[in-house]
Design a protein around this ligand. Structure first.
Ligand SMILES: [Zn+2]
Length: 414
């Protein structure tokens, strides 16, 4: 029996959010707190009568005590690129600001200071399967071929890929073996004046083999097309990840409780995916390999990421949905005043399904730009920015999707 009262949901949602962000503020994939978060998700949905698949994968965790750079007797602290290997090296600095300069320079035994067009965007990890532009791969391949002793990236901001942080890490790649640090573009200009001098760079960091889990909860009849509700449970290192994406997980847990007494035929899957903010997206790859099944088995995939921001409304966007499905969903959402249709975006787990040709629906906040350029991936992504009320309302809308799913297909699609 579920106590379906507003106060009950409020208290539950607060508890979940508090637990994830305050008790487990380091939910990076591969960390102990990440495993505690996935265990918590599994134990909670099991209470609501879901069958659970624990899907394990290999990943690396990473530990760093920081880095220092010393030139001309002046020592400064610099940021270590996430997943960088450690090093202790003394070598001359060479500044590179373009692919041409990179191509024509001898880098062996030097520390390369990267600036200009080389540092405009965060470089995609070399083995990242879903999106990897040619010019990123070119820079990485050339660096690997030229083998500098270490790299210093002088960066600005890249809200698209790196969220609100300044400077941003140019490299975040456990498969890229050249040790690296990053500094602001302003510090980079100062350092550029010291080109040719010998620098001492000390990076204290280690990669640690680890494991993570996707937790996939199921109810209903396996033989029907599935509704998949997902949200990523991992967070970037250095952020409690309240909006990105504890809020999404809280919403899934509220939905799971709404389905406590569910005995319908419709197959429902609630998945905590584990790697949206991890360089290798290992949880997502694992899901594709061992949990997704045939794309034709999924009726609709629903992803929540960055939803519930205290200001504005919750924005939904539809991808590859039939006219009938679109109409049905919009009819449901018209009953929820805090839901509004927003622009398409692709930087989250709904892309996984879209790329398989599966109809998808994504929820985020309509204050998307402010959220991603100022808050996401920073220490400021705190629980007080989350509207519990919006998460409760969203979980009710998701519940309506389950209850109305038999209207989503035209005869003959079944
Ligand atoms: Zn996210």
């Amino acid at each position: 029996m579920r106590y379906n009262t507003e106060t009950h949901d409020q208290a539950k949602a607060q508890d979940y959010l508090h637990y994830l962000c305050t008790e487990l503020p380091n939910r990076r994939t591969g960390s102990a707190e990440n495993r505690a978060a996935t265990d918590f998700f599994a134990a909670t949905v099991e209470q609501f009568g879901f069958r659970i698949e624990r899907s394990q994968f290999s990943c690396i965790d990473w530990n760093s005590e920081g880095a220092t750079l010393e030139v001309d007797g002046k020592r400064t602290r610099v940021h270590v690129s996430p997943y960088s290997a450690g090093i202790d090296v003394q070598a001359p600095i060479i500044r590179l600001a373009s692919l041409e300069e990179l191509a024509s320079s001898e880098l062996h035994g030097r520390i390369a200071l990267l600036a200009g067009e080389l540092v405009k965007e965060q470089l995609m990890p070399k083995n990242f399967p879903f999106y990897n532009p040619e010019h990123h791969r070119e820079i990485i391949a050339m660096l690997e071929q030229k083998k500098p002793a270490a790299l210093i990236a002088a960066t600005g901001k890249d809200p698209q890929m790196a969220g609100g942080v300044y400077p941003f890490p140019l490299f975040e790649d456990g498969d890229f073996d050249i040790p690296s640090v990053y500094i602001t573009d302003v510090e980079g200009e100062r350092l550029a004046a010291l080109e040719g001098r010998i620098a001492s760079l000390h990076i204290d960091a280690a990669r640690i083999p680890s494991t993570g889990f996707n937790m996939i909860a199921r109810k209903g009849n396996d033989k029907t097309l599935r509704l998949v509700f997902c949200a990523h449970i991992d967070a970037k290192e250095g952020t409690p990840g309240a909006l990105d994406n504890a809020a999404g997980i809280v919403t899934l847990l509220l939905l799971a409780e709404r389905l406590l007494d569910y005995s319908g035929e419709q197959a429902v899957e609630i998945a905590a995916l584990n790697g949206e903010d991890y360089y290798a997206a290992s949880g997502e790859i694992q899901y594709l390999k061992s949990s997704l099944g045939a794309p034709g088995d999924i009726l609709l995939a629903i992803n929540i990421d960055g939803a519930g921001y205290k200001d504005g409304r919750t924005a939904y966007s539809l991808y590859g949905c039939s006219d009938k499905l679109t109409h049905q969903l919009k009819t449901i959402f018209s009953g929820y005043p805090d839901l509004v249709e927003g622009p398409e975006w692709y930087q989250s787990d709904h892309s996984l399904f879209i790329q398989q040709g599966i109809p998808a629906l994504a929820f985020t906040s309509d204050q998307f730009d402010a959220l991603w350029s100022e808050i996401a991936h920073t220490p400021d992504d705190q629980p007080h920015l989350v509207s519990i009320q919006k998460l409760i309302s969203l979980s009710a809308a998701l519940h309506d999707i389950v209850l109305n799913a038999d209207r989503f297909l035209t005869e003959g699609d079944r």
